[in-house]
Design a protein around this ligand. Sequence first.
Ligand code: KG4
Ligand code: ZN
Length: 346
Amino acid sequence: MDTDLNKCYILAIESSCDDTAAAVLLNDKVLSNVVANQEIHQEYGGVVPELASRAHQQNIVPVVTAALRKANIDKKQLSAVAYTSGPGLLGSLLVGTSFAKSFAMGLNIPLIDVNHMQAHILAHFIDEEGYTKPSFPFLGVTISGGHTQIVKVNNYFEMQVIGETIDDAVGEAYDKSAKLLGLPYPGGPLIDKYATTGNPKAFPFTIPNVPELNFSFSGLKTQIMYFIQKEVENNPKFVEENLEDICASIQHTIVTILMKKIKKAVLQTDISQIAIGGGVSANSGIREALKNSQSSYGWQTYLPKFEYTTDNAAMIGIVGYLKYQLLSETTRYQNTETGAQSRLKI
Ligand code: KG4
Ligand code: ZN
């Protein structure tokens, strides 16, 4: 372990779904950020949990080795290991968890568990040249394949979910719509790509009326399914001939749903700093709408760097670093001197 207390090297591991990821951070700076995507799920149109855990088992050692090599540090320099403890697929989480535990135990350094959703939000605190971090309080909007939440972020560790989906997540709506269009998994980025050249008003879909700050996306998926079935009955080539317009219309509907609720949350909380996170925060439509909101509504918006949008371990590492600061110096030393394993849970 590096004994310079101002230098904290964190090895971070993320394996909650279908990406095996490892990163090394020096304090709040990312030295390496490695992700192995699992292409095996493409042919099934979604993540197959059993295949995901098996692929994590194959990937974890090479991914961690690559992260350490890219960061150009030896494992003995590490100050702590941070890992995703949940939420996620159980079998997938278990691979990362057991690896992280053994690694920390072998090196006799603290093991820090990290909540995946908290990490998507705190990714905004990674130190990046030219990137201004949000100040507290702000609204964190987590939009991914598993979640859709609006979170009031009071400080690093005090967060309150003030709205969430009552059924499907927004990423699921993208992926399921893409599947209906015959596109491979994950279809979100493809809908986004085709949407850029289509007409967003070509096929109007209904915006669901959901109370409070909550969301619903399952109705939209059903609406799209019936719409495509009906059109294909009249013209079997309908999807092929109208792919860009269909994608643009789906994207327009989803962005409208998200922006409507964010507007409501701003009014309700009187907080106009918005930071988005999760895979769907890579979406060009929502990024554009939020950028425009700076001039039209006077909001301050924070859009993560693309490599920190979809699942990655750098975001786990920043939370690990922030939590490591809470460990007293005595605890840090005790871990090395007595061999006691610290499991910090916040
Ligand atoms: O955060 P993430 O990597 O995994 C979860 O925690 O779920 O999010 C993955 C989700 C997938 O549903 C994927 O289709 C979606 O993010 N996604 C996108 C885009 N890039 C990724 N959805 C729309 N537009 C994109 N550009
Ligand atoms: Zn995620």
